[in-house]
Design a protein around this ligand. Structure first.
Ligand code: ADP
Length: 359
């Protein structure tokens, strides 16, 4: 097991930085997830830790040992890719044993480890098969097993679930989490899927344009996003954004008004006429008027229904403010008896309002 520390890592390709000034430290045994849109630099960070890519500048430490100049095979890390990369002519058992064999482990050790890994990943009945006789999910389990069998200090996973169909992805995600809880190997996991990030991570590192936007536990990045990018990337459906102008204690949104909560007024000290992007999560918008004597800064606005999607336990509504082209999402508990085109009252919860500078 190991601590992984990156200090001001930059990697350029043809003088263009793919990642810039990346610093973080993953404590021993934790599960960290690097997440962000395609091209934001996630894989480059992972490959640099693995030693498959060299840093243009900065330092990487594994357990306080500077590894910049240590070749990939000597870093004691195992990497799993989305395309499994199994040896097609070898049986599952031989695939699982491959890393151990390369390290010179004796036959008995190989067999013991293969059995243990096969047991923990439910592969015991598949040991004699070839990769092409396995389903996608089984192949990915073998790829994970091959990495685990080597008992690496660090586990690096690059979009390992993205080739699986939805149901299998959910199941394998849960298995991965349990596996980590059992083995406790320091793990760094790359995904573009914020749901995977939220469900798996001890800490999430959110990246955009090659730079870290925020590092935090899932709850913190959801409730206290550092900026608009994080706010709209984390959450499903994402945070709604409204363009609004500040006037004497109120925001004007598409011709309607919403009081600016006092705490925000003090925090941002807006000047009249200043325009902001206001952020409200779908669950901070209620359908209907506020209940009597609202506890927070609730604002009532008129909205038009665009789409009603019953999800069983709750209803997802897509709405617009009259005269505004941008739609927004609201989640209402239970079933909502509304139809596209209906006009209704919505309440915006000012206690859960975010104010971002205009993008
Ligand atoms: P992600 O994993 O988040 O999708 P990557 O780390 O793969 O992003 O890529 C980050 C940026 O670096 C992208 O703009 C990509 O085109 C660029 N890049 C990655 N690898 C190379 C390479 N070998 N040569 C040139 N550019 C690269």
């Amino acid at each position: 097991m190991a601590i992984v520390r990156l200090e001001e890592i930059t990697r350029q390709f043809d003088r263009v930085p793919a990642i810039e000034n990346i610093s973080f430290e993953v404590p021993d045994g934790q599960f960290w997830v690097l997440v962000g849109p395609s091209g934001c630099g996630k894989s480059t960070i992972l490959r640099t830790i693995a030693g498959l890519e060299s840093a243009t500048s900065g330092r990487i430490y594994i357990d306080n040992c500077l590894v910049n100049d240590i070749p990939a095979r000597d870093r004691d890390v195992a990497m799993v890719f989305q395309n499994y990369a199994l040896y097609p002519h070898m049986s599952v058992a031989d695939n699982l044993a491959f890393g151990l064999k390369m390290r010179g482990a004796d036959r008995q050790t190989q067999q013991r480890q293969v059995q243990a890994v096969a047991r923990s990943l439910s592969l015991e009945l598949l040991l004699d098969r070839k990769p092409k006789q396995l389903s996608g999910g089984q192949q990915q389990r073998v790829a994970l097993g091959r990495a685990i069998a080597r008992e690496p200090k660090v586990f690096l996973l690059d979009e390992p679930l993205s080739n699986l169909d939805a149901q299998l992805r959910d199941d394998t995600r849960a298995e991965l989490k349990q596996l980590h809880q059992r083995l406790g190997i320091t793990t760094i996991y790359v995904t573009h899927d914020q749901i995977e990030a939220m469900t798996l991570a001890d800490r999430i590192v959110i990246l955009d344009g090659g730079r870290i936007q925020q590092i935090g536990d899932p709850q913190t990045v959801y409730t206290q996003p550092a900026n608009r990018m994080v706010a709209t990337f984390i959450g499903n459906p994402p945070m709604n954004i409204f363009s609004a102008t500040y006037h004497e204690g109120h925001f004007a949104i598409a011709g309607q008004t919403m009081p600016c909560p006092g705490v925000l007024r003090r925090a941002i000290a807006p000047s009249p006429g200043q325009t902001f992007d206001l952020g409200l999560r779908p669950e901070a918008i209620a359908i209907g008027s506020p209940q009597s004597s609202p506890p927070g800064d609730l604002a009532t606005l008129t909205a038009i229904v665009e789409l009603v999607e019953p999800l069983g336990r709750e209803t997802l509504m897509r709405l617009t403010l009259p005269g505004s082209p941008t739609s927004f999402a609201a989640i209402a508990p239970g079933r909502v008896q509304s139809h596209p085109g209906d006009r209704l009252t919505v309440s915006f919860d000012g206690d859960r309002l975010f104010v971002f500078d205009r993008a």
